[in-house]
Design a protein. Structure first.
Length: 167
């Protein structure tokens, strides 16, 4: 996939989702292959590529798997997965990329914004999440709001209302 379509956004997201399900570990697993895949993909992409957010997507996909297995809390806001060192690094990097390179012209920009808003919400950064929710409007995507098995619309609305102070 990477050799044939090195910038194919959706294919990279699908690969991250599948890789997150593989391998050992039901907890902190910093060497999991999904993280290596995401890092390698970013390293080979141009600086302005939306693939810069792939490590964040990999982190969210790994949370989905861990929560489904019972190795992480079902409510992402209660999970250390979103407040640990790796989380802070990937979320900060993704947010910084968004601030510098936001690509509204990319057809899947809404997907990336939803992953980033979800991460900021789970990280407990409502002001930064609010800026993202303003850009998203009411255009939510089921992933990652449904992770691990939540009603995506309700999860999105709850997070959005909390960030925007309309709860």
């Amino acid at each position: 996939m990477c050799a044939r379509h090195p910038d194919h956004h959706h294919a990279h997201h699908l690969m991250a989702a599948r890789l997150a399900e593989r391998g050992p570990g039901d907890g902190a697993d910093p060497r999991h292959e999904v993280y290596a895949f995401a890092a390698a993909s970013v390293a080979h992409a141009p600086a302005d590529s939306p693939l810069a957010l792939l490590p964040l997507v990999a982190h969210a996909e790994r949370y989905r798997v861990l929560a489904a297995r019972g190795a992480a809390p079902r409510d992402p806001a209660d999970s250390e997965h979103w407040t640990g060192r790796r989380a802070r690094q990937v979320i900060r990097s993704a947010f910084d990329w968004w601030l510098e390179w936001e690509r509204e012209d990319h057809p899947r920009a809404g997907v990336d914004l939803n992953f980033l808003a979800h991460a900021k919400h789970c990280e407990g950064r409502p002001a930064e999440a609010a800026a993202l929710f303003q850009r998203i409007g009411r255009h939510f995507t089921p992933a990652p709001w449904s992770y691990p098995d939540r009603d995506p619309y309700r999860a999105f609305q709850t997070a959005r209302n909390a960030a925007l102070g309309t709860a």
